[in-house]
Design a binder for this molecule. Structure first.
Ligand code: NAD
Length: 355
């Protein structure tokens, strides 16, 4: 097995903090990947990892992803992430979360967190009791509240940018979209699309949810296992990752893939190239689902809702630039996005070289 230091070298991390407190049963890892652009920003995931090595790998991968996500969204934040090892339904307590908050406090602002899988705004309130370096607290407490409407707005702008590239105009009227997963983000996306008279197909693993959303917004309900047979313009994955793979790419009739789910490509390099070769436009997920993090960033900076939406609308231009670079250099859209993010970090490093 690779040593911890060589894993840090592989991912390019600057710091990893192991947090242990037997009294509250806290076992957590905070990973700080890059702070060139600003303090490391990243969520806290609580998950019952099989091994400590799995937890470390997850936190290293997620925190590196945050560096790229913040950079391309134009935020002055670096990349970090944290994981608490445990079952969120069984092991989560006020004391554990507040102790974790103290570990964040001791980093003196180098790491700022928010909620993720296994944590929620209530948990952020507990962390907030010990440190100010936390976002995503409820609106009633002066926070930015539910990020999903903003995340959906960003996805919507990403879809528009792809439609402009593929069809010459960013008007969505008359286009058709399959939304897979109509949870928090999916529902808001359906609403935005229907407001522009888009034909929307909705699917989910929860049958009752499909019916409800279809009725509420005038969308067409489809069963989850038939979505790749539908002849639509756009596929918007808004459930889980890995749904874009060799099998689905070969079935897909859409010419655009743009949704909120994280890590949509099962294999980034292989499937990114496959989509490029087939002429299917893929809007990199970490770019167009950045509305959620923009919402948290606005909370930190004290921005108005209007400013949050403006920053989120900028996802249109960011996506257009990625698609242009991908075409120009004949590289996958993910490679193009990574290049633009890395260039911004390198450029800002130069700015910061003098006091
Ligand atoms: P959610 O849990 O509210 O909704 C997910 C929906 O997908 C649920 O209705 C669920 O039943 C459905 N689903 C699960 N597995 C499915 C499957 N195999 N096929 C079809 N439907 C399935 O989650 P969310 O907050 O709406 O987030 C959706 C995705 O977007 C996630 O991948 C999340 O990481 C990502 N994301 C969310 C935000 C945010 O602000 N909520 C921000 C950025 C990215």
């Amino acid at each position: 097995m690779q040593s911890i230091f060589s894993q840090l070298d592989t991912f390019g991390h600057k710091k990893v903090v192991y947090c242990s407190d037997p009294e509250t049963n806290l076992k957590a890892i905070i990973a700080i990947h890059d702070t060139t652009l600003g303090p490391a920003f990243g969520s806290t995931r609580m998950w019952s990892y099989k091994t400590e090595a799995d937890a470390l790998e997850d936190v290293l991968r997620l925190s590196k992803g945050m560096t790229y996500k913040c950079a391309i969204a134009g935020l002055n934040m670096g990349g970090g992430y944290s994981v608490i090892i445990g079952d969120s339904r069984r092991d989560k307590t006020e004391a554990l979360l507040r102790k974790f908050g103290r570990f964040i406090k001791n980093l003196n602002g180098e790491f700022i967190t928010s909620e993720d899988v296994g944590t929620n705004p209530r948990d952020m309130e507990y962390i907030r009791m010990e440190t100010e370096h936390v976002t995503g607290i409820p609106e009633s407490l002066g926070g930015s509240g539910d990020p999903s409407p903003v995340a959906a707005k960003g996805v919507f702008m990403g879809i528009k940018a792809c439609v402009k590239e593929q069809f010459g105009s960013d008007t969505l009227t008359g286009r058709s979209v399959i939304v897979q997963g109509v949870g928090h983000v999916g529902e808001h996306l359906v609403r935005l699309l229907r407001e522009e008279n888009v034909k929307v197909y909705v699917s989910d693993i929860q049958e009752d949810r499909i019916g409800q959303i279809a009725k509420k917004y005038g969308a067409q309900a489809v069963s989850n296992n038939s979505i790749f047979d539908i002849d639509a313009d756009i596929y918007a994955p808004c459930a889980l990752g890995g749904t874009v793979n060799t099998q689905t790419i070969n079935k897909l009739k859409c010419s655009i893939i743009a949704g909120s789910a994280n890590n949509q490509l099962l294999n980034e390099a292989e499937h990114g190239t496959m989509l490029l070769d087939k002429g299917i436009l893929f809007a990199p997920d970490y770019v167009i689902n950045a509305g959620g993090i923009i919402n948290c960033y606005s909370e930190l900076k004290g921005f108005s809702k209007k400013r949050t939406i403006q920053l989120t609308e900028n996802i249109y231009d960011v996506t257009r630039n990625i698609l242009k670079l991908s075409k120009l250099e004949n590289i996958s859209t993910t490679e193009a996005a990574n290049k633009i993010a890395e260039k911004r970090i390198a450029d800002i490093k130069k700015v910061k070289s003098s006091y």
